[in-house]
Design a protein around this ligand. Structure first.
Ligand code: NDP
Ligand code: PYC
Length: 345
């Protein structure tokens, strides 16, 4: 949990999802969030840990807490939802976290998507510090298709540029399928998520080539050189860069949120959460012509497997989830002790 954990192997501990969620709830409340915000963030963070999404699980707790302590984010914000048009919902997150804003607008968003066939949720004045798949997967579990984008903080050099401008800007997509868990992918448009660079730096590991540059703009595989004055690259050269640009447009320009380069947190030492925006598009596939969408997506998966594909996006998470549900979530024992200490105040 500490920012500078040693790289030595440590003992493991196991914890049930509900217990971890409760522990995280206590941690958030102790450090300045309302009970409602704590419940949403705790569920999100415990879900990431359960699914093995480690770059956005309990690893993020020190960042959440230092941000709350810095006054950069409002942990008790009450989102304000506006019914803008037949297919458009807007939320001002009140300088709070994005997930409570989504939760507040969700019933209206779903109602609109089911009635019009498609609806859009524009969240601004929000902080997103988590994985994006927890925001879209539940829509697919109730038969809807969902796409979401969120921008973050300047640390990615646009393809062909000289200095960082974009955030790591993830895109997440979820679609129902007939005979299995929804199809879900969730990926940063940078070559690697910022969280994974921090984890590699902490473990003393080198990165694969092509992830980032140092402070002089030279390619580097040293995560510390990327974090200390360097920057990340987009995935896939100009293609990932174009997608990252799209995320800036949809998550910031369209929602009324900040671009990744527009906020300045230097007056808030300890602030880690990007103050930006998030867009969600939700589609009701029952409105489409022809066969059921879920049957069609199942057929696509069948053909992909027949073509030799062994791993769909989301398969690893779901395997880890099943194991966590069976035997408990495996955590570093020291990290669990630190969480308990934080919960106790
Ligand atoms: P990964 O590159 O690890 O994975 C991206 C997607 O590809 C996942 O859906 C993953 O499924 C799938 N995948 C990975 N490897 C394979 C493979 N070999 N075959 C098939 N599918 C595969 O994710 P990123 O590092 O890009 O992002 C990590 C997290 O960071 C995301 O949750 C993202 O939302 C988050 N993030 C959040 C930001 C924010 O501002 N809040 C900013 C940037 C990133 P699976 O999960 O099953 O492995
Ligand atoms: O891992 O790139 C990242 C990230 C940015 C904000 C939250 N996560």
């Amino acid at each position: 949990m500490s920012a500078q954990s040693p790289t030595v192997a440590t003992a493991c501990a196991s914890i049930r999802f509900a217990e971890l969620e409760e522990l995280l709830h206590q941690v958030f409340v102790r450090h300045g969030t309302s009970a409602q915000v704590a419940a949403i963030l705790a569920h999100n963070c415990a879900s990431a840990e359960r699914d093995g999404a480690h770059s956005h699980g309990i690893f993020r707790i020190p960042g959440y807490l230092s941000t709350l302590a810095s006054g950069w984010v409002n942990g008790t914000a009450v989102p304000s939802v506006t019914d803008v048009a037949s297919g458009f919902v807007r939320v001002d997150a009140g300088n709070g976290f994005a997930q409570p804003a989504l939760a507040a607008a969700r019933p209206l968003l779903v109602e609109k998507a089911r009635s019009a066939g498609i609806a859009l949720l524009a969240i601004h004045n929000s902080h997103h510090f988590a994985a994006l798949w927890p925001d879209v997967e539940p829509f697919a579990e109730e038969g809807l298709v969902a796409l979401s984008v969120v921008n973050s903080m300047t640390c990615v050099v646009p393809h062909g540029a000289d200095r960082p401008l974009f955030g790591t800007n993830p895109i997440a997509f979820a679609a129902p399928r007939a005979d299995g868990a929804p199809i879900v992918f969730d990926l940063a448009t940078s070559a690697i998520a910022h969280g994974d660079v921090q984890i590699a730096a902490r473990k003393g590991e080198r990165l694969p080539p092509g992830m980032g540059v140092d402070s002089l703009g030279q390619p580097t595989q040293d995560p510390k050189a990327i974090l200390e004055g360097g920057a990340l690259l987009p995935f896939g050269g100009h293609k990932g860069s174009a997608l990252s640009m799209m995320v800036e447009l949809l998550a910031a320009a369209l929602t009324g949120g900040n671009f990744s380069f527009e906020f300045d947190w230097t007056d808030h030492p300890g602030a880690r959460t990007p103050w930006t925006g998030q867009l969600l598009i939700v589609i009701d596939p029952s409105k489409t012509a022809g066969q059921s969408f879920a049957q069609r997506s199942q057929e696509l998966v069948r053909q992909m497997h027949a073509a030799g594909l062994r791993r769909l996006p989301g398969d690893r998470r779901h395997r880890t989830r099943a194991k966590s549900q069976e035997t408990g979530i495996e955590l570093d024992a020291q990290a669990l002790r630190e969480l308990r200490a934080l919960a106790a105040g």
